[in-house]
Design a protein around this ligand. Structure first.
Ligand SMILES: Cc1cc2nc3c(=O)[nH]c(=O)nc-3n(C[C@H](O)[C@H](O)[C@H](O)COP(=O)(O)OP(=O)(O)OC[C@H]3O[C@@H](n4cnc5c(N)ncnc54)[C@H](O)[C@@H]3O)c2cc1C
Length: 330
């Protein structure tokens, strides 16, 4: 393709990304599109099923291949405090199921699913219940990072919970300009950090936009995280807990660069892990495992999959061909 063709392609990709992210938040599309059979068929590429049992069955299969999982119930922005009771109960049941079936799995939660839009104290109490049960069962819990309207509140709440509970981790987004500073301020807590590029529509004033900039930021933040995790003498006084470095990406180039860098720095594969999404980069998941890396596959499940699915399409507009193909599938 010549350079004008490439420019056109990049522009149409950016436009599609905007459309999908708009659709993820629009109430009409959120209500109507999930009812369409071909959309439901297309989503199955990224989701083993809507119920927990499907996620647990997929976990058994992945565990057999040496891959752990992270389980997350789809849903966000709950509007009634009572609705969070069922969400917490669900996660407590997942933690029990992981324990009784001896699965290699853990859970990841969204604070707006636990009531952050309504009351930060409610979301915090809900998170503490989940984290406490997980600690009793020897499991960690991760907190997802949502759109930038929630970044500060998520960090504040996380910091409070992390100070009292060693088994809770947080996702940070490399595309946010603030993340380098957030990472430094969290370092004394020695937290589990899952670094991702970021999946929401954010303005250039607060976020890097071009892939090159986001990738460069991801690379440097990942290196900083690995250094923090492996050089305890460099940590500020008062550091607590054990750090976990999770690189949440499917980007083969970045994965290759970071593993090469880590090995040149003498950082062992055991010092960091890779988490990838169910249905994306399946070969890469197995290749990383075969190369001796620790790998988890994040499985999302539940009926409220539409906004999450739109974000998956926005990440790779070419995925829309799976939707088109499922139009004709029977
Ligand atoms: C374990 C995990 C947890 C996450 N948690 C959060 C979170 O809490 N908050 C948040 O904002 N974001 C989260 N994300 C999403 C993340 O921010 C990115 O949007 C997503 O991972 C795509 O970025 P990438 O690093 O794979 O790189 P990209 O540069 O987007 O993609 C690199 C390559 O990966 C493949 N790929 C990427 N996405 C797709 C896709 N949807 N379909 C098919 N192939 C694809 C393609 O081959 C692409 O060329 C999470 C991602 C992972 C893996």
């Amino acid at each position: 393709m010549d350079s004008s063709g490439q420019l056109l392609w990049a522009a149409s990709d950016r436009m599609m990304r905007k459309v999908f992210l708009w659709a993820s938040e629009n109430s009409w599309t959120r209500r109507r599109l999930p009812r369409l059979g071909f959309v439901r068929r297309a989503v199955s590429r990224f989701m083993p099923g809507e119920d927990l049992e499907a996620a647990l069955t997929a976990t058994v299969e992945l565990n057999r291949a040496g891959l752990g999982t992270v389980l997350t119930l789809l849903g966000e922005n709950v509007t009634a405090a009572g609705d969070t009771v069922a969400v917490v109960d669900h996660y407590l049941a997942v933690i029990e199921a992981i324990h009784t079936r001896a699965l290699d799995a853990e859970v990841s939660v969204k604070l707006t699913h636990l009531g952050l839009d309504l009351d930060a104290a409610l979301a915090e109490a809900n998170l503490v219940r989940i984290v406490t049960r997980a600690a009793e069962r020897g499991q960690d819990v991760a907190v997802d990072m949502e759109g930038s309207a929630y970044t500060q509140r998520t960090l504040d709440l996380y910091r409070r919970v992390r100070t009292a509970h060693g088994n809770v981790g947080l996702c940070l987004q490399a595309y946010l300009r603030r993340t380098g500073a957030d990472l430094e301020s969290l370092a004394p807590l020695r937290p589990m950090i899952r670094l991702v590029k970021g999946a929401y529509a954010e303005p250039p004033a607060i976020a890097f936009v071009s892939k090159a900039e986001v990738d460069a930021e991801f690379r440097s933040l990942a290196q900083r995280l690995m250094r923090i995790a492996t050089s305890p003498e460099g940590l500020p006084a008062g550091s607590i807990g054990r750090p976990r470095v999770v690189l949440g990406t499917h980007d083969r180039r970045l994965i290759g660069e970071l593993t090469t860098w880590a090995s040149a720095e003498g950082i062992p594969p055991a010092a960091y892990e890779f988490h990838l999404l169910y249905g994306i980069g399946r070969d890469e998941q197995r290749r990383l495992r075969a190369a001796g890396h620790r790998v988890r596959v994040l499985i999302s499940y539940g009926a409220a999959w539409f906004p999450w699915y739109m974000r998956r399409l926005a990440e790779r507009p070419a995925n829309v061909w799976f939707v088109v193909r499922s139009l004709f599938a029977r």
